[in-house]
Design a protein around this ligand. Structure first.
Ligand SMILES: NC(=O)c1ccc[n+]([C@@H]2O[C@H](COP(=O)([O-])OP(=O)(O)OC[C@H]3O[C@@H](n4cnc5c(N)ncnc54)[C@H](O)[C@@H]3O)[C@@H](O)[C@H]2O)c1
Length: 356
């Protein structure tokens, strides 16, 4: 086995530097190349990191130094890229959402399994210490009966955000606050309290009249375990405030704001609780007011884990198969909003939701 795993980052746009920093600061990973159709973007990043610039994925996949591809393309392009990487025998770390449909997601998971390559997804908020603590407490029964699992994301993105790349305002490219921004927090709810049983959603455009997308979603969730929850997410709320994840049970309440644990209270206070209350970094921006205003630490954890998973021949920390239920909830939200009716799980693909 090589000393270092070689990484190629596909897509040299907004999120690419977060992947690059994760690789550069890893133990056992080496950044080899960026790849983008856009010459200016790929040259700028390749020059900055002093690595190779590719203009086509096929070309990058032929580079024997590349062992892992980070797929950082617009959402509707993940599927073809992941399938090509699997066919070339490269490990893959894809950005969220992994794909636009359950059909594509299942095909990608199967292709990576058949090729014997790792297939992870950067729903990186999962690795935060506050989220890990909340999930462990749910699973050990510390909340008592779980009652509510809520996510509030009141963010702001200006009109220019939607104009800066064509795909950002196209539903068929996987844009819209539900699938693009709220995906992370819907993922946290299903990771902590899932699986979901039923979804009811309403979508509106409150602050971006020039854009044919929902910039706001309100959704009610019913979980299989009987808990319920609300997802309230928007990019219209100036100036944008920290996301809140709130979990309530008969025996306790936990609230994460941004990435900080701001409430951690249980009937059975334990010695470790004092430390858990300090989880998170108050100074860390978390994307509320700017698309690139967040830290690269969580991406770094996911990238380091992939390197370690290859070395240790084990599963990655966030396999795409565990993100499928999040995509299912998101699809259910779009279907519910379109039909103005609740949608029960399991859902099947309804490609018409992407044709708006
Ligand atoms: N995990 C996170 O916190 C996070 C944050 C932002 C974005 N994202 C995700 O990252 C992905 C990329 O988002 P972004 O904001 O960086 O988008 P972007 O538009 O800034 O960058 C995408 C790049 O892909 C390039 N591209 C398009 N088609 C290509 C092709 N066929 N071959 C090579 N390059 C091609 C474009 O030229 C562009 O530079 C999306 O899936 C998005 O949801 C995740």
């Amino acid at each position: 086995m090589k000393d270092k795993l070689g990484f190629g980052i596909l897509g040299a746009g907004l999120v690419a530097p977060f992947h690059a920093k994760g690789v550069v600061h890893s133990k056992g990973g080496e950044l080899i190349a960026f790849c983008d159709l856009d010459e200016t973007r790929v040259t700028r990043l390749a020059d900055e990191y002093k690595v190779k610039a590719y203009r086509s994925l096929d070309e990058m996949l032929r580079d024997p130094r590349i062992d892992v591809v980070n797929v950082a393309l617009p959402n509707h392009l993940h599927y073809n890229a992941v399938m090509a990487c699997a066919a070339a025998g490269k490990h893959v770390l894809t950005e969220k959402p992994p794909a636009m449909t359950l059909r594509e997601t299942d095909a990608m998971v199967a292709a990576c399994r058949k090729a014997g390559v790792k297939f992870g997804c950067t729903v990186q908020c999962r690795v935060r210490k506050a989220i890990q603590a909340i999930r462990a407490a749910v699973h050990s029964g510390r909340f008592g009966t779980l009652l509510h699992a809520d996510a509030t994301m009141k963010w702001f993105r200006p009109a220019e955000y939607y104009r800066q790349d064509a795909w950002r305002s196209l539903r068929r490219a996987g844009a819209g606050v539900t699938v693009q921004h709220a995906f992370h927090y819907i993922d946290l709810l299903q990771y902590i309290a899932g699986p979901a049983a039923k979804v009811e959603a309403r979508m509106t455009n409150l602050g971006h009249p020039g854009v044919q997308l929902e910039d706001t979603v309100l959704a009610f969730l019913t979980f299989e375990n009987g808990a319920q929850g609300v997802v309230e997410a928007s990019t219209a709320m100036w100036p944008g405030t920290d996301v809140r994840i709130e979990i309530n049970g008969t025996d306790g309440t936990a609230i994460m704001a941004g990435e900080r644990m701001v409430t951690w209270k249980f009937r059975d206070e334990r010695p470790e609780d004092a430390e858990i209350r300090n989880y998170g970094n108050a100074a860390q921006a978390t994307g509320a007011s700017g698309a690139a205003a967040f830290g690269a630490e969580d991406h770094q954890v996911v990238i380091q884990d992939l390197i370690d998973a290859v070395r240790e021949n084990r599963e990655v920390v966030i396999p795409v198969s565990t993100v499928r239920p999040t995509l299912e909830i998101v699809l259910a939200m779009y279907q519910s909003a379109a039909r103005q009716a609740p949608v029960s799980m399991p859902v099947t693909d309804d490609d018409a939701i992407w044709d708006v």
